[in-house]
Design a protein around this ligand. Structure first.
Ligand code: C2O
Ligand code: CU
Length: 540
């Protein structure tokens, strides 16, 4: 196995990803940042220099479990102190499984400034994948605001709250096209090479693997390639029992691989299209070009507009269809040692709108949990564990929360090392009537089995009987559909402290997350570089 070394300088630069100039967070001058390519078993080493001048930084390697290196997870407040302006921090970790992953900033709402990229881990030599293709392309999907990250975050924390609103553009591989006539005069240049429509070249007759990752801050997306069906073969680094779709729903934090065959009329080009689903769209379709001709010619057709944005069952069916490939089933443990039932609600605290789980809205502590727990600094966070469940009997998930008040806490769940944990995420109505959103939940440090989905209220005496224990897919991010529930199972066998949160950046910022600790005493000596904040000032 090799060590793949990277040196990154993170700085703000003026970029025009959708033709409108914006101060963007770049890696070595680029947004998206460079793709990381490695082979299963390699060590990836990234030396990050924070040249943001006035902003802290942390970078998370999303989908990499960090077995034995919990301090390299890049989760500010959970696994490390932030990298201060002018400082350098080296992340080093093993990529132990092939697949498609991503990295992104994990400090405040910095991801939305453009700090992200893909991680592609090839199968080890001799390792086989259950499908074949001639060549591959990476597709990184994102949503984009012209407002600065500060503006977006400060708005959410204001009274009354200023919501981030719908994105101005949808980007594919960091490029989009805003209509310059709607932009502030002098800020938009429709012919800037920075917003040239991306082109994906194909050769007629060949089969391509498209590795698709969504790092959106808010939007659930639907991705379509005009005139080409897609066969879904990978999800979050796990092989899927292949199924064919006309278009793919993808939530923030998810990755998929699809196969497409370049078998259409080769005398023209085709659109790649990214459309908002699950929220009423106010953002134009994001586009790119599938080029048979080897040119950049835009197709004369209209780009696909995707399925109806509010067709929940269309998306639900894709979730249910995503199961493990028959030759790659990793059976889940037959039962759980503990079940945590988490009601997702919107709440009001001190006049601010927040998100809460079982009435508790999450806030990050000043001293990272990993350091605090390893060193017994237990005064640094709330020692009361958050609630295991909520009063589910008789709770009406179709009505706004009867009690909109919630508390704020930085308490965490301590899991028995090696135990099997079920988490059931229960969605519900928001504060406003007749509204429930999709929440993509992401777990750090693990993959979980997706045991089941439902719409309506989860009943612990009924629904577990319908769990898929035969061939559930392993994932690290999963959707909780409007008014629905999603049941997961994982093994608490990775020593460390791990965030579990909604991947909508604004929702996590508003408290939509929890933290798990397991096997803290098995964690090796912590590198002093992760310290320096809160109670760890002065290092070791
Ligand atoms: Cu991709 Cu905690 O996030
Ligand atoms: Cu959410």
């Amino acid at each position: 196995a090799a060590t793949r070394r990277h040196e990154w300088e993170v700085s703000y630069q003026f970029k025009s990803p959708d033709c409108v100039r914006k101060l963007s967070a770049t890696i070595n001058g680029q947004t998206p940042g460079p793709a990381i390519h490695a082979t299963q078993g390699d060590t990836v080493e990234v030396k990050v220099r924070n040249s943001l001048l006035t902003e802290n930084l942390a970078i998370h390697w999303h989908g990499i479990r960090q077995i034995g290196t919990p301090w390299a997870d890049g989760t500010e407040g959970v696994t490390q102190c932030p990298i201060l302006p002018g400082d350098t921090f080296t992340y080093a970790f093993v990529v132990d499984r092939p697949g498609t992953y991503m990295y992104h900033a994990h400090y405040g709402m910095q991801r939305s400034a453009g700090l992200y990229g893909v991680i592609v881990v090839a199968a080890a030599p001799g390792g086989t994948e259950p499908f074949a293709y001639d060549d591959e392309h990476d597709v990184l999907l994102n949503d984009w605001w012209h407002n600065s990250t500060y503006e977006l975050a400060a708005g959410l924390a204001s009274v009354p709250m200023v919501w981030v609103g719908e994105p101005h553009s949808l980007l594919i591989n960091g490029r989009g096209k805003f209509n310059c006539s709607a932009a502030v005069p002098g800020t938009c240049n429709a012919t800037s090479p920075e917003c040239a429509t991306p082109v994906f070249a194909v050769v007629p007759g060949k089969t391509y693997r498209f590795r698709i990752a969504s790092v959106t801050s808010l939007s659930a997306l639907n991705f379509e390639i005009e005139g080409h069906e897609m066969t879904v073969v990978e999800a979050d680094g796990h092989y899927v029992k292949p199924f064919v779709v006309k278009n793919l729903n993808i939530y923030s934090g998810e990755t998929y691989s699809v196969l497409i065959k370049a078998d259409q009329d080769p005398n023209r080009n085709y659109w790649l299209a990214s459309n908002v689903v699950s929220r009423e769209p106010a953002t134009p379709t994001g586009t790119a070009i599938l080029s048979y001709n080897g040119d950049r010619a835009s197709p004369a057709t209209t780009p696909p507009t995707g399925p109806a944005w509010n067709d929940t069952m269309y998306r639900f069916r894709q979730s249910v269809a995503t199961v493990a490939h028959p030759a790659h089933v990793e059976p889940p443990p037959p039962r759980a040692d503990r079940t945590i039932l988490l009601l997702n609600t919107q709440n009001k605290i001190d006049g601010r709108i927040k998100w809460a789980l079982n009435g508790v809205s999450f806030t990050l502590p000043h001293t990272p949990y990993l350091v605090a727990m390893k060193r017994g600094l237990l005064g640094t966070f709330d020692q009361r564990p958050p609630p295991e469940t909520y009063a589910h009997q008789g709770y009406d998930v179709y009505s706004p929360p009867p009690n909109p008040n919630a508390t704020v806490s930085d308490g965490l769940y301590r899991l028995q090392f090696g135990s099997v944990v079920d988490v059931v995420l229960q969605n519900a109505n928001m504060l406003a009537p007749n509204k429930s959103e999709t929440h993509p939940w992401h777990l750090h440090g693990h993959d979980f089995w997706v045991l089941g989905y439902g719409i309506g209220r989860f009943d612990p005496t009924v629904h577990p009987a319908s769990y898929n224990l035969k061939d559930p897919i392993l994932k690290n991010t999963v959707a909780v559909h409007p008014y629905g529930w999603t049941a997961l199972r994982f093994k608490a066998d990775n020593p460390g402290v791990w965030a579990f949160h909604c991947h909508i950046e604004a929702h996590f910022f508003m408290g939509m997350g929890v933290v798990f600790e397991e096997g803290i005493h098995r964690v090796a000596n912590l590198p002093p570089e992760i310290m320096g904040c809160g109670e760890t000032k002065g290092g070791h």
